[in-house]
Design a protein around this ligand. Structure first.
Ligand code: FES
Length: 314
């Protein structure tokens, strides 16, 4: 992966536990990469860990803006950023990736965010507005005071604060009760919230392929494979035995092949490879339903193989 060293140009406290971070090249030089709304980037932190954060800004802003929530159970990512990032500091940023882009077309778009899940959806909302595509953004926050990234609040954003789970479900039931032709829903937030959005939409007749979700954490930890298989990395010309309980990526590493990796949890898509032969057993949360059923793609950091042999393009 090619890393770009960006400078911290501004820091803003967007809410008590959300740090807004503006990253740019010195002297306002053009960034060496672009992105589409909904994308995320890897940050390589000073403590050596790599974390993914959604890009809130649009490419025309000329900088990368991130909203980083301090997670109480931080494993060294958000906590380090909140405590150590300073104006003028340099930080390594990986090329943006997007598994959550609004699909082309002119159908109406409903964006549903809870908490810090607003970060990928806000640029998607702005971009749809600019394109003249019908769009609405439903935003659920726990705290009536905390409105990170959304000031000023414009008329197309429906903001609900302080609702409990049954009230959220009822509200979603009302807002998703009918579906216009070619309409789609994109949601981001805690896993339970996204399940609620999905179940509500399905119950009101939305087709599964009109529903999209972005994970910040795996909903459940991937269960390691109960039995092994043979993994063939076709481009590298390497064949390795994958042991029970071992990921494809770990087996490849044991054989001396470093597959691309970022989150290592099946959520970012950095490792996704094409399947040439074999029956993938998906344990990721980054591939779409269509990609899974096609059998053509696999996230080797967590997924496995149903048969005895898997050949991938790596
Ligand atoms: S490394 Fe992120 S999905 Fe595999």
């Amino acid at each position: 992966m090619s890393w770009t060293s960006l400078q911290v140009r501004a820091l803003r406290l967007e809410a008590a536990d959300v740090l807004g971070v503006e990253l740019a090249l010195p002297g306002n030089a053009a960034l060496p990469f672009s992105w589409t709304p909904g994308a995320h980037v890897d940050l390589r932190l000073g403590n050596g860990v790599v974390r993914q954060y959604s890009v809130v800004s649009l490419p025309e802003h000329g900088h990368v803006y991130l909203g980083i929530k301090r997670e109480p159970a931080s494993r060294g990512g958000s906590q380090w950023l909140h405590e150590h990032l300073r104006l003028g500091a340099r930080i390594e940023v990986g090329p943006p990736r997007n598994l959550f882009a609004v699909q082309p077309g002119d159908g109406p778009v409903t964006l549903v965010a809870a908490g810090i899940g607003i970060t990928p959806l806000l640029p998607m909302y702005r971009a749809c507005q600019r394109q003249g595509r019908p769009v609405r953004l439903l935003y659920f926050s726990r705290d009536a005071q905390a409105l990170p990234l959304l000031q000023p609040l414009d008329a197309g954003i429906e903001w609900y604060s302080g609702l409990r789970a049954p009230q959220i479900a009822e509200c979603l039931g009302q807002r998703l009760s009918t579906r216009e032709a070619h309409a789609s829903v994109y949601c981001c937030g805690p896993a339970g919230f996204m399940d609620c959005v999905q179940q509500t939409a399905l119950a009101h007749g939305w087709p599964a392929d009109a529903l999209h979700r972005e994970h910040f954490q795996p909903a459940v930890a991937a269960v390691p494979a109960a039995q092994g298989c043979t993994l063939v990395l076709q481009r590298t010309g390497c064949e390795v035995r994958v042991n029970a309980g071992e990921s494809l990526m770990q087996a490849a590493a044991r054989a001396g092949v470093a597959l691309p990796v970022s989150c290592g949890m099946g959520i970012c898509g950095a490792c996704v490879s094409r399947v040439i032969e074999g029956d993938p057993e998906h344990r990721d949360e980054c591939l779409s339903e269509a990609q899974r059923t096609s059998g053509e793609w696999i996230a080797p950091c967590v997924s496995g193989c149903r048969g005895a042999r898997l050949v991938i393009d790596a």
